[in-house]
Design a protein around this ligand. Structure first.
Ligand code: COI
Length: 356
């Protein structure tokens, strides 16, 4: 039974499902897409009736403004299936608020709340067999908005397309992650778009990240653009440091993404009685703590990455390795988070959102 949306959505059901061709045990992140796609166009000053249709290409004018100026924002969310077939989202209102915050900064019209929730619920209901149970499985949900008006003048588009697509997922990073602390390149600057999930924020990281990859590191932990002395975020995830039994993480500002996993970990730390200092974190204090052995863990937190332990970091040619820690904070947070997300633990903060 398909969910009955509380707003009008034109629905076309795919004639054939592609699901039988998928090897769910060996999934590469974000390469396989479910049977349906949600689409909604903005034109004549308003969002039009949304539709859900079989997954397939989008047709765009080659002059669409997104191609020239990258006027595009997106979100990352997940759906989880419990052992009884219930399907859940995790704090989706946070993503809804954030996509509209990102949109506003990129001069994109805000998307209506009922279209976002009703569209997502209906789409996931239709493709719910793609959400596999088990704590290491999820359905990654990628809402995005692109500027579609054909025009070359450097100005905001008058037309947009809002899309929600879904992709079955397992871990984003396989194994531990080695990082470099940024010394030269920057991801974001004061007054810029670092806080937004603007497509260009990610493209701008690819070249420096390629350079890091060539040296055997998977990611960069970005530092502040002015001094490169403060550790900010890793682009695909926010970052936590454990010194002794204290956690440190940078405060959000206009350079750092206000991550849903980040804020959930800060809350879980309070629940667990783990002191968590949300304050500027210096490269120096992390290197000093690594030298004295007080630096116990670094881990990333994000929707795709969940909680990803970092095994080593490099700065100014010096490599610091972190030992495997039994009973790590990273494991504790990850276990608790995925249990809440999969309806396998109490949800005392009301984070779960049932869709089936
Ligand atoms: C997410 O965690 O959902 C993100 O958007 C990061 C992305 C680069 C995979």
């Amino acid at each position: 039974m398909i969910y009955e949306p509380k707003c009008k959505i034109d629905i076309e059901i795919a004639a054939d499902s592609q699901i039988s061709a998928v090897d769910f045990e060996n999934i590469e992140f974000g390469k396989i897409f479910t049977d349906h796609l949600f689409e909604c166009d903005f034109k004549n000053g308003a969002w039009q009736t949304p539709k859900i249709r079989p997954y397939g290409p989008i047709s765009l004018d080659p002059g669409a403004r997104v191609f020239h100026y990258g006027q595009a924002v997106f979100e990352g969310m997940k759906a989880y299936k419990d052992d009884d077939g219930g399907v859940w989202l995790f704090r989706p209102e946070e993503n809804f608020k954030r996509i509209n915050k990102s949109a506003k900064r990129l001069a994109i019209p805000e998307f209506p709340e009922n279209y976002f929730f009703e569209g997502m619920k209906t789409l996931i209901q239709m493709d719910s067999s793609w959400v596999k149970s088990g704590l290491d499985n999820s359905l990654y949900i990628r809402p995005y908005v692109i500027a579609t008006e054909a025009a070359i003048a450097a100005a905001p588009s008058k037309e947009y397309k809002f899309v929600i697509m879904c992709s079955p997922a397992k871990a984003y990073y396989k194994g531990k992650v080695k990082v470099v602390f940024a010394e030269q390149y920057s991801r974001a600057a004061d007054g810029g778009v670092g806080f937004a999930k603007a497509a260009g924020n990610y493209a701008a990281q690819f070249y420096p990240t390629n350079l890091a990859n060539e040296k055997g590191f998977q990611q960069i932990i970005w530092t502040d653009a002015n001094t490169h002395e403060y550790l900010e975020e890793a682009g695909t995830m926010n970052i936590f440091f454990r010194i002794g039994d204290r956690l440190l993480t940078a405060p959000t500002n206009d350079r750092i993404l206000d991550g849903v996993t980040r804020k959930s970990i800060i809350q879980l730390a309070e629940d667990f009685g783990i002191p968590c200092e949300v304050r500027p974190v210096t490269v120096k204090e992390i290197k000093d703590a690594a030298r004295t052995g007080e630096l116990k863990e670094i881990f990333g937190a994000g929707t795709a990455a969940v909680v990803s332990p970092i095994s080593a970091f490099e700065h100014k040619g010096e490599l610091f390795e972190l030992e495997d820690l039994p009973g790590s904070f990273a494991d504790k947070f990850k276990n608790r988070l995925v249990s809440i997300q999969h309806n396998a633990a109490d949800d005392e903060h009301g984070w779960r959102y049932r869709i089936k």
